[in-house]
Structures are given as C-alpha cells and as structure tokens.
Design a protein around this ligand. Structure first.
Ligand code: GLN
Length: 280
C-alpha cells in the first residue's frame, strides 16, 4: 500500500477499493482530517508517527514521537541473537539497554521462551510505550521495565556476572551527524539518537560494563553506525576481559551489528557463521 492508502485505511476506516472507485467516500470532516495529516506528512513527520503504528520482526508496535521508530538494521541484531539462542531451553537472562519502544525486548521475549528480560530506558514516556507494546504482544510477564540510565545500570554491583546476554541499540549519531539528519529523522527524539561528540559515548560504557555484568561466555550484541567498526574494534581491543568479536554486515554490505562473546569462547564458529545464516 502507498502512504495515502495507509493513511486512509488505517486512520479513516476507508476500504482500499473505495479510494479509487468511490472518491467521495470521505465525509467533509474526514476530508479535513485527511488534509491535515497530509500536510504534516509533507512537513516531514514520519508516516509511522502519523499512523501510531509500525511493524518489527513481524510484530505490531505502537510508536509516537517519544520513541525511535524501529529500523530494519535492528532486525538484523535481533535475528543474530535468535540464531544463537534459538535452541536454548534453560533460562536466558537478558538486559536490553535503551529499550525505546521495547521492540528488541518484546521480539526476543516472543521468540525465546526461556527469556527473562530487564529492559531499561531513561525516558518514562518511552517506557510507557514499551510496556504497552509488551502487553499488546502478550509478553509483559517476561520483561521487567525499569527507568534507569545506562551509566547507572553498570554501577549495580548486585548484577556482577549475572547476565547471559546484553543487547543495545544505543544512540550513536555524532555531533556532526546530528547537523545532517534527514528531515524525517529530525522528528525522532534527540536522546534516542545523540551519542556524544564522536557518537561513541555509549559504546565505551557498554563494552566495559558488559565485561563486568556478563557471565562467563555471555554475549554482548550491539547495533553500530555504519562508519563505527574500526573505533569499536579498538575499544574491544583495549578491554582487559577477552572477547571474541565479530561484525555483521547488512544487505548493502555495511557493518551494522557487533556480536562479542566473553571468554571462555564457546560459540566461535556459530558467531562467525552468522552472516551466511542470516542471508540464506
Ligand atoms: N531499542 C530501540 C530500538 O532499537 C530504541 C533505541 C534507541 O532509542 N536508541 O529501536
């Protein structure tokens, strides 16, 4: 469906067939709403915000301007994790840091039966959206949503070596990148996008923190910006805990996901083989 059809069918209850065969199917009132929505779209508001809806990993998600709109690159991150944990039967303790709309936590909970997830975000408004999405997809019992800053999460000594998996799609746009955002993206929350001067602020914290909070052989799974591979590989290299690190490319050949297993490394082949499996 094109954008016009989506707006008319989702928001104004039009039947798709009427859009072309019965152009006067809208009341004057509906026509006014339609023109208003069209105007907002022309001003660059993302369609997903106008519809209040999007799809991620085949599941429905509510979205509004308090949360980042889930992206296809992030599906690659979730699919990588699912491939590694698909056959897992014993409980998997997961942390999703910067959960936003809850798309990562909800789709992991939906696909890994034994998942116990802690999902944090600094924004109470984002957590409301995420909680709704967990309910909507029937996985509210598997996810504990907590308002917390990523930096504070790593200072919690009780969590020392307690997670099997830490996943994050952190804000990673640099100061310079923020000045060149596409028009639609300017409508998304700055706190979900801005990753400090160089865009890498959260990765320092995530890599050092995960070394402390992951169990032996635990996995850190990160989405990264397309030009960040070298900088991120360097951060892993200076980290004193040993990680086996592998980057996964998207279909356009850009490195978009980093998967790292803490020592002792037990899944080397499986991780290195992810690219092939995901593109089959
Ligand atoms: N976890 C959410 C997503 O992947 C939000 C990420 C963020 O706000 N940076 O879309």
């Amino acid at each position: 469906m094109n954008e016009k059809e989506l707006i008319l069918t989702s928001l104004l209850d039009c039947r798709r067939v009427d859009i072309y065969t019965n152009p006067s199917c809208l009341t004057i009132f509906q026509e006014r709403i339609f023109q208003d929505i069209l105007k907002r779209r022309q001003d660059g508001e993302p369609l997903q915000y106008l519809l209040g809806e999007t799809e991620f990993m085949g599941l429905p998600f509510h979205v509004n301007p308090d949360v980042l709109i889930p992206r296809p690159e992030t599906e690659l991150l979730v699919q990588s994790i699912l491939f590694l944990y698909r056959e897992q039967t014993c409980s998997v303790k997961i942390a999703d840091l910067g959960t936003g709309s809850g798309n990562i936590a909800v789709s992991l909970a939906k696909n890994i039966n034994s998942a116990k997830i802690k999902a944090i975000d600094i924004s109470p408004a984002a957590l409301n959206v995420a909680r709704n999405n967990a309910k909507r997809n029937g996985v509210a019992d598997s996810i504990n949503f907590t308002r917390q800053d990523i930096f504070k999460f790593f200072n919690d000594n009780n969590s020392f070596r307690s997670y099997d998996l830490i996943v994050s799609n952190p804000p990673y746009i640099s100061q310079q990148g923020m000045r060149q955002l596409p028009r639609d993206v300017k409508h998304e929350p700055v706190i979900a996008l801005y990753g400090g001067d160089d865009g890498l602020e959260f990765y320092y914290e995530l890599i050092n923190g995960a070394a402390q909070l992951l169990k032996d052989s635990g996995i850190l799974a990160l989405e990264i910006g397309e030009d960040q591979r070298i900088a991120i590989a360097e951060m892993f290299a200076v980290q004193k805990e040993t990680f086996f690190l592998h980057f996964i490319k998207d279909f356009a050949g850009r490195d978009r996901v980093a998967i790292a297993q803490k020592a002792p490394v037990t899944m080397k082949e499986k991780i290195a083989n992810l690219d092939n499996k995901l593109k089959q």
